[in-house]
Design a protein around this ligand. Structure first.
Ligand code: ATP
Length: 234
């Protein structure tokens, strides 16, 4: 479904990604692991066209993506839940969710999408008219995920969705993500907590200093002594 080949991305004079390659098949849940500053967020941003490629290719659904606009990304069925959530704090929960409906084609599905978001996260219906900034960290993350779901993505990119979220709400969000995955939505999860990531994903890539250095199934990674020493504290 998605393939990155030898992707290089610069932030001004700084090269954030030197050589990132990964393949994600339809319906998979794939993790992106690595230390702070390794290039995980930049990889996600490059997929949705936030950052231009210096070289390498991004292929999605058999088509090479140049630098798509947000509207094209959404129309193609890709949605990003960005690091730090990026909500409009002074706007209501409902207004934030509606920000996720871009393309005209999605507008007619708006009511159905909203109903699905409220089914996954019932608290958001209760808080619909409250300002997003007044919600707890976990509830804000539900809004950020809900906003992404409003565009009915086929590929959902989640960048550190559990930061600042209380444990009980982490479980609620994980259970919602499992339901979304069960509907066939493909997911890439960036997560600092390796144990939590490997509980959720089937396969993961490790990024170090802008390079993909390791790939494996959950079982392969857990059995890899170098990986365990670096990421599992063993
Ligand atoms: P983190 O978990 O800290 O977000 P990360 O693995 O997601 O880490 P990136 O955010 O992709 O890493 O950062 C990769 C490198 O690019 C870092 O050196 C970072 O400082 C730099 N960087 C990231 N975004 C920008 C930006 N918008 N402008 C300039 N430099 C950036």
């Amino acid at each position: 479904m998605l393939s990155l080949k030898n992707l290089r991305v610069n932030h001004g004079p700084l090269t954030a990604l030197w050589d990132v390659s990964l393949d994600v098949r339809r319906g998979e849940k794939v993790g992106l692991l690595g230390a702070n500053g390794a290039g995980k967020s930049t990889t996600m941003g490059a997929i949705v066209g936030l950052y231009p490629r210096a070289s390498g290719t991004i292929t999605y659904d058999g088509q090479v993506l140049e630098r798509p606009s947000t509207a094209q990304t959404v129309a193609g069925g890709i949605a990003l839940v960005p690091e730090g959530r990026r909500l409009f704090a002074a706007m209501s929960v409902l207004e934030n969710l509606e920000m996720g409906v871009y393309a005209a084609a999605n507008r007619k599905d708006r009511a159905a999408s909203l109903a699905r978001v409220y089914q996954l996260f019932p608290i958001l219906r209760e808080k619909a008219t409250q300002n997003a900034g007044e919600l707890s960290g976990g509830q804000q993350q539900m809004v950020a995920i809900g906003r992404a779901l409003m565009s009915r993505p086929r590929l959902l990119l989640l960048d550190e969705p559990f930061i600042g979220v209380a444990p009980k709400l982490i479980d609620e969000i994980l259970s919602a993500l499992h339901s979304i995955a069960a509907e066939g939505v493909t997911m890439i999860l960036v997560e600092q907590n390796t144990h939590r990531a490997l509980d959720f994903v089937e396969r993961a890539y490790v990024i170090e200093n802008g390079h993909t250095v390791l790939e494996g199934s959950r079982e392969q990674l857990l059995a890899d002594p170098t990986f365990a020493a670096k990421f599992l504290g063993l």
